[in-house]
Design a protein around this ligand. Structure first.
Ligand SMILES: [Zn+2]
Length: 306
């Protein structure tokens, strides 16, 4: 025992650690069943849309107010130091195989079946509220807050075209037109057509982008179906679409703080809720990627580097 590395865990300690990690993950998924937990996830998602679904849940569960997390060393490289005594939160981080392992594998014939795999382990990260800027960081600490714009303005008008181009990639046409009645947009799956109301004194360019996102979510929910997706009734679809629109609008920088977070109480029964949430996350990510790829302004983030 004298030679044992003091950081190495015994089998028993390792089993205990795994069990507590599993329990944490289960609780983070479980939170979706309550409307409060569901809202916590969708609110937090704005800041962590490029994180895995499970990491979003872990962050929402452990630190619902988090806006940006990073590992201790990553914070230092951004010009911030974690405050003494702060407790980190746990999320999954990928651990790619070491160079040594890859070399050994290549030397043994590089059998694709036996290629060393990337596995995931839980690591500690800290929220930005747990760090202080380093006073003498060259060039100053990295700016952390993506700007938000009010729904009334036109700061996001530049997103309309990239979203329209995205629509064509899924076979839909977006047309700006005067829509009779109180509706501001519609999606016709039969004609693969989306109509969006013309901008006016009462209908801002930002609001128009919001409507386009909502109608695109309707189109996506129909053409991006996976086997594991839950069946959606008409009412379910509307809530899924509202959740997608809520989270994508937040991600691209629209101030959604005054919006209520859509929630379907009946989803909380049974284990189905996580499948709805995963569907929402997947569809939202497609729309976010379309916007982010266009280079238009949006709340950007980077991958976890613990
Ligand atoms: Zn709708």
């Amino acid at each position: 025992m004298a030679t044992r590395n003091r950081y190495a865990l015994s089998d028993e300690e390792r089993a205990e650690k795994r069990a507590s990690e599993r329990e944490l993950m289960a609780e983070a998924i479980e939170q979706l069943r309550s409307s409060k937990g569901w809202q916590r996830w969708l609110r937090v998602r704005r800041h962590f849309h490029s994180y895995s679904f499970h990491n979003q849940l872990l962050i929402a569960f452990q630190r619902p107010g988090a806006t940006r997390v990073a590992g201790f060393r990553r914070w230092l490289s951004l010009g911030y130091a974690v405050r003494k005594g702060e407790r980190g939160l746990s999320i999954w981080a990928p651990c790619p195989p070491s160079k040594k392992k890859l070399r050994e594998w290549r030397e043994a014939g590089a059998d694709p079946e036996n290629r060393p795999r990337t596995y995931f382990r839980m690591v500690k990260v800290f929220d930005r509220a747990q760090v202080d800027p380093l006073p003498e960081f060259p060039g100053g600490p990295v700016v952390l807050d993506p700007p938000l714009v009010p729904v009334e303005g036109d700061g996001l008008a530049g997103l309309f075209e990239p979203l329209t181009s995205f629509a064509t990639t899924i076979g839909y046409t977006v047309v700006v037109e005067e829509i009779p009645g109180s509706a501001l947009g519609y999606c016709s799956p039969d004609r693969q057509h989306i109509g969006v109301e013309t901008i006016s004194a009462e209908f801002s360019a930002n609001a128009q982008v919001g409507v386009e996102i909502h109608e695109l979510a309707h189109a996506l929910v129909r053409c991006d179906r996976h086997e594991e997706d839950p069946d959606l009734t008409y009412g379910d679809e509307e809530i899924v679409v509202e959740c997608v629109a809520y989270t994508v609008c937040s991600t691209v920088g629209l101030d959604t703080s005054g919006w209520s977070v859509p929630y379907m109480a009946t989803w909380g029964e049974g284990d189905a809720i996580a499948r709805y949430a995963e569907l929402i996350d997947r569809l939202a990510t497609r729309l976010e990627d379309a916007v982010l790829a266009s280079g238009a302004p949006a709340g950007g983030r980077e991958a976890v580097a613990a």
